[in-house]
Design a protein around this ligand. Structure first.
Ligand code: NAI
Length: 456
């Protein structure tokens, strides 16, 4: 039986990057993936949704071209079949890129379902389909799946194709007349943004009194307003209690109401995948259904690591990347640890939202002595030159005691691209006076950070 230094279970961002880094460092590595390499992120999540959203952006531009002195005859429209085909092409190209990269790093790939049989003298026995392998170490990167709670009618209508998750909606070749989105979180809002742009009547039903969960309050209010302007309807403080084939029933202010729609998207969160592949055979500890990991991505079982959504910490592909690197560095004996306080997040709606670190609310809840500054993006020349709707803002949270940035929250074009620069300033604990000395290219939208710093 072939013995590997490391067997990685799951070929998504956590798994493929871990395998790549391990292979690069000279470890004999096997990665087992039961569906497609690239995982949810590449095949039915982050990347496909961005191809959709880019089509919506082009459409929005075309339909509002006159704002920029460009005349377009008639109304532009979307060829949804083309959008789906293009998405499939993008995915195919990137998946083959990942496989090529794994190959370059001498990683063995198996497209099969993995099953951990148990501990053996040399490590762990793992089946990949009909084949058996031994890994001296294991890295679990099985990811997450959509939560489908026991709401009456939900499962049945999911099977009937009326209800979709992120997987099905990204293969929809016909634009529905109407769509109800259950859950106003990241997936729900990105899809609401896309489908409202392409002409679907969209209603978002959200249990909380705000959209976009942990997003800074001022920012989520602006995002809601701009999506409303595009025609999205929001029912907030509304809990879905039943799903029918022509809509959903929700409770709001103690009253039961119904919103009708042709299609329904269920986007109420994701849960770690920890069942069905023999994890119990080696005694890995779980907490609320997710694998418990320490700062080095170790589980309670020696030589078993976990990275990505499966540990239920921060379910973002870029968190998985970093966790994968920490796990491999730990295996290689290099000192490293996972830090979760400076992980940027982006909502790719139009306008997009880039956030990192503490919000005013979270900082105050932690008892930190902070000051906040919030300025409109109209302070940026490029933003004004390129936009008609000018409601973007940049809000910074500053720790008074250390005179450093601890949070940044921006809504407006490109924010998802330059938020990482602010992350670096936070991570490196750069003093505000030193940030003032940095030169930003002009005119750029990211200059807004410099403007905000000087407005403190
Ligand atoms: P989410 O956790 O972001 O949002 C779920 C929302 O559903 C919450 O606001 C919750 O209050 C609401 N909800 C729950 N039960 C409900 C009910 N019965 N009725 C009405 N509302 C209800 O989850 P989502 O959007 O499914 O995303 C899943 C994961 O994927 C997240 O961890 C997210 O971070 C990740 N993701 C990240 C993206 C990005 O970074 N751009 C894009 C898409 C997904």
């Amino acid at each position: 039986m072939e013995i590997y230094d490391l067997i990685v279970i799951g070929g998504g961002p956590g798994g493929y990057l871990a395998a790549e880094r391990a292979g690069h460092a000279g470890l004999k590595t096997l990665v087992i993936e039961k569906r497609e390499f690239g995982g949810v992120c590449l095949n039915e999540g982050c990347v496909p949704s961005k191809t959709f959203l880019n089509s919506a952006k082009v459409l929005d531009y075309a339909n509002h071209a006159s704002n920029y002195g460009v005349n377009v005859e008639g109304k532009a429209n979307v060829d949804q079949k083309f959008v789906v085909n293009r998405k499939n092409g993008v995915v195919k190209m990137l998946v083959s890129g990942i496989k090529a990269q794994l190959k370059r790093n001498k990683v063995t790939m198996k497209n099969a379902e993995a099953f951990i049989e148990g501990k053996v003298a040399e490590g762990f026995s793992v089946k990949a389909g009909e084949e058996k392998f031994v890994g001296k170490r294991l890295l679990i990167a099985t990811g997450s799946m959509p939560v489908v709670p026991p709401i009456p009618g939900l499962k049945e209508n999911l099977q009937a194709g009326v209800v979709m998750t992120n997987r099905e909606i990204l293969d929809l070749e016909v634009i529905p007349k109407s769509l109800v989105v259950i859950g106003g979180g990241v997936i729900g809002l990105e899809m609401a943004s896309y489908f409202s742009s392409v002409g679907t009547e969209v209603t978002v039903v959200e249990m909380l009194n705000k959209i976009a969960g942990p997003t800074e309050n001022e920012i989520s209010a602006i995002l809601q307003k701009t999506l409303e302007r595009k025609g999205v309807k929001f029912c907030l403080g509304a809990k879905v209690t039943a799903v029918e084939k022509d809509g959903v029933i929700f409770e709001k202010d103690g009253k039961s109401q119904k919103v009708e729609a042709e299609k329904i998207l269920c986007s109420i969160g994701r849960r770690a995948v920890t069942q069905g592949f023999g994890l119990e055979n080696i005694g890995v500890n779980l907490e609320r259904g997710a694998i418990v990991t320490d700062e080095q991505m170790r589980t309670n079982v020696a030589n078993v690591y976990a990275a990505g959504d499966v540990n239920g910490k921060i379910m973002l592909a870029h968190t998985a990347y970093r966790e994968a690197e920490v796990a491999i560095n730990t295996i290689l004996g290099k000192k490293d640890r996972m830090q979760y306080n400076v992980i940027p997040s982006v909502i790719y709606t139009n306008p997009e939202v880039g956030s990192v670190g503490e919000t005013e609310e979270s900082a105050k809840q932690k008892g930190l002595d902070v000051k906040c500054v919030s300025i409109p993006l109209t302070y940026s020349g490029r933003y004004v030159a390129e936009n008609k709707e000018l409601d973007g803002i940049c809000k910074l949270v500053i720790n008074n005691k250390t005179n450093t940035l601890i949070g940044a929250h921006i809504i407006g074009s490109y924010s998802g691209e330059y938020i990482v620069a602010v992350s670096a300033l936070i991570d490196l604990e750069v003093d505000i006076e030193n940030i003032k000395k940095l030169v930003f290219p002009h005119p750029t939208v990211c200059e807004i950070v410099r403007e905000a710093i000087f407005s403190i």
